[in-house]
Ligand binder design. Sequence first.
Ligand code: MN
Length: 194
Amino acid sequence: MSLNKYRDKRDFRKTDEPRGQEPDAEPGTKPIFVIQEHDASSHHFDLRLEIDGVLKSWSVPKGPSTDPGDRRMAIPTEDHPLDYADFEGRIPEGEYGAGTVLIWDRGTWTNITEKDGETRSAEEALEQGHLLAWLDGEKIRGGYALHRTGGSDGNWLLIKMDDDQADRRRNPVNTEPKSVQSDRTIDEVAADET
Ligand code: MN
């Protein structure tokens, strides 16, 4: 059900993006996350967290920061299938999201949301608009807060928590541009796939 919006937006005869399998996360394995740089009509980074068998997704125009003083806008987008985490390439002109996608970072994550000293499930945290995620990626590590601002259809903010992985100077969005899957830059992906 949750992937209907994703599938409705796309023509899978034209785009190489995955149609998406039914949820098949293996019990006992850590949920994954991916951050995909997406050079579409507007350039942004898509943050996707595995929750409940799909990738819950936010479009982050400036990408993630390692500086706890930065508040990065995160616009919720439709759930994506788990195998989208492996997608890198071109979405053809005229198709939804047309442009180049690069796997900028990837790893596993842990829900560290607490309420009154008890862990709150990721599903509930999303509903409440307040999720704390510990990311174990290659570039992005440590705690991140996702806060919904305004009502239930409001935008979110992505903020680095002030932990030992915080770094006010690192700025990996600018200094570490290459794909963690293919070691290519986004211009190289675009050139290779046309
Ligand atoms: Mn996108």
